[in-house]
Design a protein. Structure first.
Length: 131
């Protein structure tokens, strides 16, 4: 499946994922998220910033509640690089985020260190006091 393709032909797989994201439908975004998770779960794949960039594109277009899939990908990314994931989540809070993203952030937070959870919680409280 996608896991094998991601390992054997990573460039082709990433192009395929990018094409799925460009399509912007729930089904193709869901497939893209599964593909991105295959890359995130592969310890030898090192370009995590690219995965975060693709995820951002999905989040910008996502009006169709793929909370479970997005949370799953972010949990895997958190195991690979907690700091990058924390930074990404903080960035989501800075933007004009959708209510679904708050649910995603709460689901992923518990996989982060206490220190990073505090950072995100403080940012969430600040954001809620502003709006």
């Amino acid at each position: 499946g996608m896991m094998g393709m991601a390992k054997e032909k990573p460039d082709y797989s990433l192009k395929f994922i990018e094409d799925l994201i460009t399509n912007e439908s729930k089904g193709t975004n869901q497939a893209a998220l599964f593909g991105l998770e295959s890359f995130a779960a592969n310890p030898s794949y090192l370009n995590l910033p690219l995965l975060f960039r693709y995820l951002s594109k999905i989040l910008n277009a996502d009006e169709n509640g793929l909370v479970k899939e997005i949370s799953s990908l972010l949990r895997v990314l958190a195991t690979r690089s907690e700091q990058e994931t924390t930074y990404f989540l903080l960035g989501l809070l800075s933007s004009d985020h959708k209510p679904d993203l708050t649910r995603v952030i709460r689901k992923v937070m518990k996989y982060l260190s206490q220190e990073n959870q505090v950072l995100i919680r403080e940012k969430m409280e600040t954001y809620q006091n502003i709006s």
